[in-house]
Design a protein around this ligand. Structure first.
Ligand code: AMP
Length: 297
């Protein structure tokens, strides 16, 4: 099984064609739902009393919710606006609400979880939580500009506590204060990450391990409507794939990255979680095969 910890949110997403208000989002929500296509996934997260029942029912359909807490107060809220190319997003609001003082605990059943994903979330909470597991074989974390700007040292400490970091290019640059992505990765490896995966939006990703670099392309798409959660879906797919194989060997990690690219491509084709929730049976495998065919030469 896989355990995912991180934000569950009500998002306002402004795209050039459409604005979605207070829809189900959150880094952990996207990651866990993406992962659940590969393996049983438990979600540790918090929401407020305003969290709609329909969203609770929806996540319950896909995820184990023993670690999901509802508390008095408002759910974490995020408000972001894309430019007309859909490639840049400005954060208009981040309201931590009930997640601010969340003291998560790991349900007894999850303690033996060998695969743990710390999705984008308060880095102090993330670093604390990982110590509560008994036998972690592979852990990975993500972060976002909000945490780099407000808690940079805690982000670095979190990176020390995991095996892998998955982060997008802009954030890697902001965090390490380097521009070249190889230099960024080396810096994060210096801090203690064995694997660094730098996501480059529609252009795919670079995976670094030791002196190995594994570049992958994004799955080419003609129609993108909402990139929100693509990175989280990428990371969730990676972790879900590895947990399903119970493997951490390099060739499986490379395959996991390819599955990350493929799941990211489903996420951006529809608004909000729509792309992940409407994946038809067999279509993940089909896209992975298409991907393999495309890059072979
Ligand atoms: P992505 O598009 O992969 O960057 O992920 C977007 C998701 O991350 C949204 O659903 C947000 O609710 C969530 N999110 C945005 N900012 C933060 C933050 N500071 N901490 C945790 N989650 C966040």
């Amino acid at each position: 099984m896989l355990t995912v910890f991180g934000s569950t949110a009500l998002d306002t997403i402004r795209t050039p064609k459409k604005t979605l208000k207070n829809v189900l989002g959150g880094a952990a929500t996207y990651a866990a739902i993406s992962a659940s296509n590969f393996v049983d996934t438990g979600l540790i997260a918090i929401a407020g009393r305003d969290f709609p029942k329909k969203y609770h029912d929806l996540i319950a359909e896909h995820l184990d919710l023993k670690g999901f807490t509802i508390k008095d107060g408002k759910t974490f809220r995020y408000d972001g606006k894309y430019d007309k190319t859909l490639s840049t997003r400005a954060t208009l609001k981040t309201q931590l609400n009930v997640s601010r003082d969340f003291k998560p605990t790991v349900p007894e059943d999850y303690r033996k979880s060998q695969f743990v994903y710390l999705a984008n979330n308060d880095p102090e909470q993330n670093a604390k939580l990982i110590n509560e597991f008994d036998n972690v074989k592979f852990s990975m974390c993500d972060t976002i500009d909000f945490w780099i700007s407000t808690k940079r040292q805690a982000v670095i400490k979190m990176i020390k506590s995991v095996d892998a970091v998955v982060i997008n290019d802009e954030e890697a640059r902001l965090l390490t204060k380097e521009f070249n992505l190889i230099k960024c990765a080396k810096e994060m490896m210096e801090w203690g990450a064995k694997y660094v995966i730098i996501k480059k939006g529609e252009h795919g990703s670079l995976m670094f391990y030791d002196d190995i670099i594994f570049p992958t392309a994004g799955f080419p798409l003609e129609n993108v409507v909402d990139p929100t959660g693509a990175g989280d879906s990428f990371a969730g797919a990676m972790m879900g794939y590895l947990a399903s194989k119970k493997s951490t060997n390099l060739s499986d990690i490379k395959r996991a990255v390819v599955h990350g690219n493929v799941m990211g491509s489903f996420a951006v084709e529809q608004y909000g979680l729509g792309g992940l929730l409407r994946i038809k049976k067999g279509s993940i495998g089909k896209r992975v095969s298409m991907y393999e065919k495309m890059i072979r030469f």
